[in-house]
Write a protein that binds this ligand. Structure first.
Ligand SMILES: *Cc1c(COP(=O)(O)O)cnc(C)c1O
Length: 237
């Protein structure tokens, strides 16, 4: 699906206004919040358009789609995997992404670690994905099991734990997402103390809930629809 540059520019302005307003309400500095462009289902030109506008973090949820798209991208960007990693795609993921946000099981920790070894990649930054809302349809480790998984990542050679990511349960009540974001921040604070690691990255907030995410401490927003318009159906989170 082609993206139109004019529409993108206008939508980007609107998203930046939302971020600024939410940051002001929370007394936060917008400089500590990264807006990542989620380009899944869009072509390489969407990535170049985002990069040209200063959005250097690019989110993709399918390893193979991203690997293919990267050939057509001219800009230097930072590729982030925000979709599930199957063990048999771990090597492709470690080869094509700068960071993996979806570590949710010990098996993935081992698979990524092995992939780095095989590729001769000294270090792969990762986030642990937490299912704070305990939504059975959403991926992520439970809050209760997150400390053990975070320890496993920390102990894994080649993986660098930088923070946490969550996708809240879909709910008409906006407080559901807000509680999940606050929960992720509190978990980060506890894990950071326990592990003695800073864990600066909180990846939370999408098109529908980025305002609450900023107010609750997000440092990395994953935004697709609000930047590029509606995706064709069949491709959702
Ligand atoms: C698609 C996707 C997004 C972006 O969602 P929008 O609602 O289009 O902003 C964010 N996070 C993940 C994990 C996704 O898969």
């Amino acid at each position: 699906m082609m993206v139109d540059p004019e529409g993108f520019g206008r939508r980007l302005g609107d998203v930046r206004d939302r971020i600024a307003a939410a940051a002001a309400r929370a007394g936060r500095d917008t400089g500590e919040i990264t807006l990542m462009a989620v380009t899944k289902t869009h072509g390489p030109e969407a990535v170049d358009l985002a990069a040209e506008a200063g959005l250097r973090h690019i989110g993709e949820n399918r390893v193979q789609e991203a690997a293919k798209k990267q050939h057509g991208v001219k800009a230097e960007v930072f590729w982030e995997l925000i979709g599930p990693v199957q063990s048999n795609k771990a090597r492709l993921a470690a080869a094509h992404f700068d960071r993996v946000q979806t570590v949710e099981r010990a098996k993935i920790v081992r698979a990524l670690c092995r992939a780095c070894e095989e590729l001769g990649r000294p270090e792969l930054p990762v986030l642990v994905q937490v299912n704070v809302s305990e939504d059975p349809r959403k991926a992520g480790v439970s809050v209760a099991d997150a400390p053990a998984l975070a320890e496993a990542v920390r102990a894994a050679e080649h993986l660098r734990l930088e923070g946490l990511m969550t996708i809240p349960a879909l709910d008409d009540d906006p407080d559901v997402a807000r509680r999940a974001f606050a929960g992720l921040r509190e978990l980060r604070d506890r894990l950071s103390d326990r592990l003695g690691l800073p864990l600066p990255v909180l990846s939370m907030g999408m098109t529908g809930d980025l305002d609450a995410a900023v107010e609750e401490g997000s440092t990395l927003l994953r935004v697709g629809t609000a930047l590029f318009g509606e995706r064709e159906s069949g491709f959702s989170a």
